[in-house]
Design a protein around this ligand. Structure first.
Ligand code: KG4
Length: 344
């Protein structure tokens, strides 16, 4: 039996998970609430919180999994991309743990883990797994990409954002409307009560499979400035319609390129990953697209689309099976593309 302890600390969630022979046995997450009052993640505070949380979170993951430390064959952690100070906490912990317990070290790219989130299974949750090749729409706070996965460890990026990520677009629009950070879940909740056709915003025309969200964000900003100048209560009076229209526009942009990728590659299996994949409108849009076009879609539960160590554990398991181990020279990398990772 192969037992791996996995750690995620790339941004503002400290998480640890245990996986045994590909089945996730525990997944503990400590989310940092401190950033809400600042309207965004404060890197210095994030790394300090990771430092406080990491030992209790790892302890809980081991207890929940019902294993003893001596059973652990490898410790894995996210090495990047992410906030350097946050990553360093997980990487340093993993190195120390590997030395203290004489186990192997496995490095994981955070994006690789988001793509493999659809492979997470537990004792009680056994979903159908994606078949290769599949396309993954990876939409998080820092990344928006369309990835073609040929196998667990061979993936190709077909398109990516040239400026903001989809999660940033949600969060920045939410901030403009005075909603708390992170704004994505608030927009999602309010959008359910509004009219998605109430307002229209610019959708940039970008070549190929790439995305751009900065023009859209500016269009929302100018629209709100103009309307607020006429009526200072415009946002409060139209909040649900604004949220529904903003969410609808972002989903249309995301789906447009995804549909194009399906059409051009002829790939019949589609997954989503990353925090924005928790969005109810996007999940429904992907499922509907699949049903109408005979495409099999795999939509992991929201707990596995936002940052979590279960997905790190799954990626680590396939790296382990592939014989890919790291040494004590393993480094945290704020920037770490999938191309760099797969070509290492
Ligand atoms: O993947 P993630 O947890 O962290 C990163 O690695 O970036 O993604 C966080 C992003 C945030 O921008 C947050 O607003 C967004 O995911 N998000 C959502 C929803 N839940 C989280 N965006 C839209 N609708 C949601 N339900």
């Amino acid at each position: 039996m192969i037992t791996i302890l996995a750690i995620e600390s790339s941004c503002d969630d400290t998480s640890a998970a245990v996986i045994q022979d590909g089945v996730v046995k525990s997944n503990c997450i400590a989310s940092q609430k401190i950033h809400e009052q600042y309207g965004g993640v404060v890197p210095e505070l994030a790394s300090r919180s990771h430092q406080q949380n990491i030992v209790p979170v790892v302890h809980q993951a081991i207890v929940d999994a019902g294993i003893s430390i001596s059973e652990i064959d490898a410790i894995a952690c996210t090495v990047g991309p992410g906030l350097l100070g946050s990553l360093l906490v997980g990487v340093s912990f993993a190195k120390g743990f590997a030395l203290a317990h004489a186990c192997k070290l496995v490095e994981v790219n955070h994006l690789h883990a988001h793509v493999l989130a659809s492979f997470i299974e537990t004792e009680t949750y056994k979903p159908a797994k994606p078949q290769f090749p599949f396309l993954c729409l990876l939409v998080s706070g820092g990344n928006t990409q369309i990835i073609l996965a040929h196998s667990y460890n061979r993936m190709e990026i077909l398109g990516a954002t040239i400026d903001d990520a989809a999660g940033e677009a949600f969060d920045k629009c939410a901030k403009l409307m005075g909603l708390p950070y992170p704004g994505g879940p608030h927009i999602d909740r309010l959008a359910g009560q509004g009219n998605p056709q109430a307002f229209t915003f610019n959708k940039p025309q970008i070549a190929g499979f790439d995305y751009s969200f900065s023009g859209f964000k500016t269009s929302v900003l100018y629209f709100l400035q103009k309307e607020i100048a006429k009526n200072p209560d415009f946002v409060q009076q139209n909040l649900t319609d604004l949220c529904a229209s903003i969410q609808h526009t972002i989903i249309e942009m995301l789906m447009h390129k995804l549909k194009k990728a399906v059409q051009i590659t002829g790939v019949k299996h589609v997954t989503i990953g990353g925090g924005v994949a928790a969005n109810s409108g996007l999940r429904a849009a992907i499922q509907l697209f699949g049903e109408k076009n005979d495409i099999t879609t795999y939509v992991p539960p929201p707990i596995y689309t936002t940052d979590n160590a279960a997905m790190i554990a799954v990626a680590a398991y396939y790296n382990f099976m592939d014989g890919q181990f790291a040494g004590q020279t393993m480094k945290a990398k704020a920037r770490f593309s999938l191309e760099e990772y797969f070509n290492e």
